[in-house]
Design a binder for this molecule. Structure first.
Ligand code: SF4
Ligand code: SF4
Length: 183
């Protein structure tokens, strides 16, 4: 059975509402005030945003302090934990005291989801999330970053390394406290 639609009540507008003038003036006043409000935007790319240390930009490999190569000991943990399987490497022995290093190390940035798991599991602070966020590619091949493109000096990711040490130390302190209160 078809039901009758309820009657629609018409809203009664005042004269000022009908001519929209007060609303237009309100809008103009708001726009005028915004001209003197502080800016929250950048004139990118002339002005660049410097992210905070907690920001996760593209993952990079960290150079050894003596500049003799990468810190990475090619343990493979990062490749194993990477959800989209973006990391691949080939491990070889080295004369350096770390004994092993990656002969090749690649991250397919078309797959990377910037999750930071690789950084979290790395025992050597050898792979960290940098502050680089505006990455462009002109071909699929150029999105595959090899060791040469990934390697950066430790000083350039100092903020992130400090942040990680603090973060990991805090977690360790919390787990120590839990272990201490357990009977
Ligand atoms: S950030 Fe995540 S997705 Fe990207 S390489 Fe690391 S583990 Fe893989
Ligand atoms: S987890 Fe760290 S040390 Fe191990 S292979 Fe990855 S980057 Fe290298």
């Amino acid at each position: 059975m078809q039901t009758k639609n309820p009657d629609i009540k018409k809203t009664k507008f005042t004269l000022l509402e009908k001519i929209y003038l007060p609303e237009i003036l309100k809008g103009l006043w708001y726009t005028f005030k915004q001209m003197f409000a502080p800016n929250f935007t950048f004139r990118y790319p002339d002005v660049r945003w410097n992210p905070i240390a907690a920001f996760r930009g593209r993952p990079v490999l960290v150079e050894r302090d003596d500049k003799a190569g990468e810190r990475c000991v090619a343990c493979g943990l990062c490749a194993r934990v990477c959800p989209p399987m973006a990391i691949s490497m080939q491990a070889v022995e080295t004369e350096l005291e770390q004994e092993r290093h990656p002969l090749t190390f690649e991250i397919n940035m078309l797959r990377c989801i910037y999750c930071g798991y690789c950084e979290e599991v790395c025992p050597e602070e050898a792979i960290v999330m940098s502050k680089e966020y505006d990455i462009t590619y002109f071909s699929r091949e150029s999105a595959i970053m090899d060791k040469q493109k990934l390697l950066v000096p430790a000083e350039s990711v100092k903020d992130r390394l400090d942040f990680l040490r603090k973060f990991k130390n805090d977690i360790r302190k919390e787990s120590d406290q839990v272990a201490n209160v357990q009977p």
